[in-house]
Write a protein that binds this ligand. Structure first.
Ligand SMILES: [Zn+2]
Length: 477
């Protein structure tokens, strides 16, 4: 059999490499091999029946299925080799992470510890199915991967840890998309080799962004949902407004995530510039190296207020251990430029400091109890419209590295107390209308958001451990 004959017998499918694109920038589908979903350590599945692998094109259910399967498989196979041995999905997910491709009418998608749920809606005559965007699928899969590595982050009452989850989702989309050789070549051409600039991989979910923009013009970027190519500078989220237009920073986790994902894109760019060859293979390697450092960091970093600084510090430490500190200067630069580390903090993470503290980091293992390291904080419910006290899970692990974020005015910021981080998080959720409060727990003057269009990421329920109520996360969207 000749090579040509062999190729023609391998079934292929058509997929978008990262997104359908939006008007003016519509992407062309490309042929891929039929994806493998049931692979270790992150087996995945799709609830709908698999159609025949053929060349079904955009607009068909078969095409949507294979785009989602291809993207889900690529996310699992990107992170699988980078996580510590023994990592598995959160126990409630079951053996395989299952994606549901037609979960209802909305412009959204979420991960809820049972599976991944993708919604769709027709906007201006265009059916926007979130499962048809590789960016969205890889983002949601990223939530499930991070939940496997660090389950505590799911229930932590903290804007910064929630935002790190969102950043990890977008980073999952970036790193997984860059596994495709053709896309790496395309991005190198588009950016002329400077990965920091806006490109088709830095722009998240162009089509979903377009659809949201039709109803809420200021809510998303002008050309996508979010862009990792940005210059947002760290502010303590406790001091930020709970929501705002896309061009300003708020404590809303997707908005605030851009500070960290922006720094991560600069990390990839900096690592790439250090590769021997500035070609597509070098870019693939750079993305993988950066992804590995992030995995090492989230497994080892304590869950605390000023969490970004801890994750950043642990990425620098991981580079010291894995690569002898080869990329340290460029990681420091990325985190300093986004204010995640103060200058003082960035320069204090020396080789000696890393080796002095590395015992605990080497011992770090993924998973652990859902509440490990979290501190229960009980507050009066009345301010939040609740008729009983409520217990929150504050981020209160012991800090490693005495490092902090930048004060925009210069120097370092003092991390906010864990109980204030937790109450501020609840207040923001109520102000954004993202908490489902059953009527029996409401006071007469409670603020109630009955908008059906806003997904409730949290609910108020009876506390399972003590008296009163508890804040329970349902999902990350
Ligand atoms: Zn998300």
């Amino acid at each position: 059999m000749t090579v040509q004959q062999q190729q023609s017998t391998i079934p292929t499918i058509l997929v978008y490499e990262e997104d359908p694109g939006s008007f003016g920038h519509v992407n062309m589908p490309v042929p891929h091999a039929v994806p493998q979903l049931d692979t270790q350590p992150f087996p995945a599945a799709i609830a709908e029946t698999a159609p025949q692998p053929d060349s079904a094109g955009p607009g068909t259910e078969a095409f949507r299925y294979w785009v989602a399967a291809d993207a889900l498989s690529s996310a699992c196979q990107t992170w699988g080799p980078l996580v510590p041995t023994g990592t598995h999905w959160h126990p409630t997910v079951g053996r395989a992470l299952t994606a549901h491709l037609d979960a209802g009418n909305d412009l959204n998608a979420f991960y809820d510890r049972k599976g991944l749920w993708f919604f769709r809606r027709t906007v201006a005559g265009v059916t926007v199915a979130s499962c048809e965007s590789g960016d969205v699928v890889r983002h949601e899969a990223g939530h499930a991967i991070l939940d496997a590595l660090r389950p505590q982050l799911f229930s932590t009452s903290s804007a910064e840890t929630a935002a790190l989850h969102e950043a990890f989702g977008d980073i999952s989309a970036l790193v997984s998309a860059l596994r495709q050789e053709s896309l790496r070549s395309s991005v190198l051409a588009e950016t002329q080799g400077d990965l920091e600039v806006s490109s088709r991989v830095s722009r998240m979910a162009e089509q979903l962004g377009w659809a949201i923009r039709q109803g809420h013009p200021g809510a998303v970027d002008p050309d996508c949902l979010r862009n990792l190519s940005n210059s947002f500078f760290y502010r303590d989220p406790v001091l930020l407004p709970p929501s705002g237009p896309a061009n300003m920073l708020s404590s809303e986790p997707h908005s605030f995530s851009r500070v960290f994902s922006g720094a991560f894109l600069k990390c990839v760019a900096g690592i790439f510039r250090q590769q021997d060859l500035q070609d597509q293979a070098g870019l693939g390697l750079a993305a993988e190296i950066a992804g590995q450092l992030l995995v090492d960091a989230v497994v080892a970093a304590p869950v605390v207020s000023a969490y970004y600084a801890q994750v950043a510090g642990h990425m620098i430490a991981a580079d010291q251990r894995r690569n002898g500190g080869r990329y340290g200067p460029f990681l420091r630069s990325a985190f300093v430029r986004h204010g995640i580390l103060s200058l003082e903090a960035a320069t204090s993470i020396t080789e000696a400091e890393v080796s002095r503290r590395s015992v605990g980091m080497a011992e770090a293992i993924p998973g652990g109890g859902d509440e490990e390291g979290l501190m229960p904080v009980t507050v009066h419910g009345a301010t939040y419209g609740l008729n009983q006290p409520i217990t929150l899970s504050a981020p209160a692990e012991e800090r490693r590295f005495g490092i902090a974020a930048s004060d925009p005015a210069g120097g370092s910021l003092r991390p906010t107390d864990p109980d204030r981080v937790a109450t501020s998080f609840l207040e923001d959720l109520v102000r954004r209308g993202r908490v489902d409060v059953p009527e029996e727990y409401r006071t007469a003057s409670a603020v109630v958001d009955n908008s059906a269009s806003r997904i409730k990421t949290h609910e108020i329920a009876r506390s399972s451990t003590g008296e009163g109520l508890a804040l329970i996360r349902r999902c990350f969207d």
